[in-house]
Design a protein around this ligand. Structure first.
Ligand code: 13P
Length: 331
């Protein structure tokens, strides 16, 4: 582990006024997003869509790093250049999602465990040799009656820590993403208590594995009411409770925090981030975004697979990225 390399990458990822673009939807997830808009699911359409994203003018003013799916990482653009090389030339760090997905957790109904540790060391060595600078691993925690179980939280956090350890061995900054899902009718208080429990467990596991925190980025969900809750907390309460939660559980030397949007609308995800940065100016770490849907969805809705819409879709994407960037500095 080279701590200087890890710190330098983490600092670039967290540089102001930027955030991280998650464009690492797996092929099945991409197929779902395409199907909703009648875009045929094919490798070429995924490539065309990803090319639209990365060639958006001025993207690097707002985006420090892009998380790619394995297919995109090894894919060439229409110019013949690899996506990963194009990003690097355009001052955007290429990152890679390395988990192999959240699978049913044996003997635990409605819970998931993220897989992907087998063979991970060799995959990381290969990604690093091809220019990857950071990685992502997403765990999902579901809130419902009697869940999450201790077993689900502990198993997922243990896997996140083992993944982080392998990343750092190879000088790749790990993004650790324990997503407490928004789906459900739970209150913001329930989300707060589960998020605290999960993050506390995560930092215990990271500590157990001697993870170098300044070279680690946390990608949490916000503390927020369930999407089916009938009296959802307002913007201000979400921002306040999220920061209170993070302040109480995240060590001060963590490399940075970059939220997922997790099914919030574009507007909600941007407002929440903006309020956090406006109202809390003395946080020990940078607090920014690592959004997928809250940056991409409206552009995808406009593109719909038609080249005639590319430039309009890029304008929309650029505007969303700009608003998120502004929010990351409290504007
Ligand atoms: P959303 O912003 O759409 O939640 O996606 C972020 C992400 O990377 C999920 O793993």
């Amino acid at each position: 582990m080279n701590k200087e390399v890890l710190i330098s990458t983490a600092e670039k990822m967290m540089s102001k006024p930027k955030g991280i673009l998650a464009m690492d939807e797996s092929s099945p997830t991409c197929a779902k997003r395409f199907a909703a808009l009648d875009i045929p699911d094919s490798e070429d359409n995924r490539r065309r869509y990803r090319e639209l994203i990365v060639t958006t003018p001025n993207l690097s003013n707002y985006i420090s790093g892009a998380i790619l799916f394995d297919e995109t990482f090894h894919q060439k653009m229409s110019s013949g250049e690899y996506f990963r090389e194009y990003l690097k030339e355009n001052d955007i760090l290429p990152g890679i999602k390395v988990d192999t997905g959240a699978k049913d957790f044996s003997n635990h109904i409605d819970e998931k465990i993220t897989e992907g540790l087998d063979g991970l060391r060799d995959r990381l060595i290969n990604y690093m040799s091809l220019g990857a600078k950071f990685c992502k691993w997403r765990a999902v925690i579901t809130i419902s009656s009697n869940i999450p179980s201790e077993a689900c939280i502990l198993s997922n956090c243990n896997s996140l820590a083992r993944y982080a350890s392998l990343c750092q061995e190879n000088n790749l900054v790990p993004i650790v993403e324990p997503e407490v899902l928004i789906n459900g009718s739970h209150s913001i208080e329930d989300c707060d208590s589960i998020t605290r429990k999960t993050l506390k467990c995560l930092f215990e596991q990271l500590d157990l594995m001697n993870i170098f925190l300044p070279g680690t980025i946390l990608k949490p969900s916000m503390v927020i009411s369930g999407d089916k809750n009938s009296s959802r907390a307002d913007f201000h309460k979400v921002a306040t409770m999220t920061i209170d939660c993070l302040k109480s559980v995240c060590p001060k030397d963590l490399g940075g925090i970059a939220f997922l949007s997790g099914g919030q609308s574009d507007e909600e995800a941007t407002q929440h981030l903006s309020l956090m940065n406006k109202e809390y100016t003395d946080l020990p770490w940078r607090v920014t975004f690592s959004y997928a849907r809250a940056i991409q969805q409206s552009a995808l809705n406009t593109w719909r697979g038609d080249d005639a819409n590319t430039s309009r879709a890029q304008d929309i994407l650029s505007n969303r990225a700009k608003l998120c960037s502004e929010a990351s500095i409290g504007n």
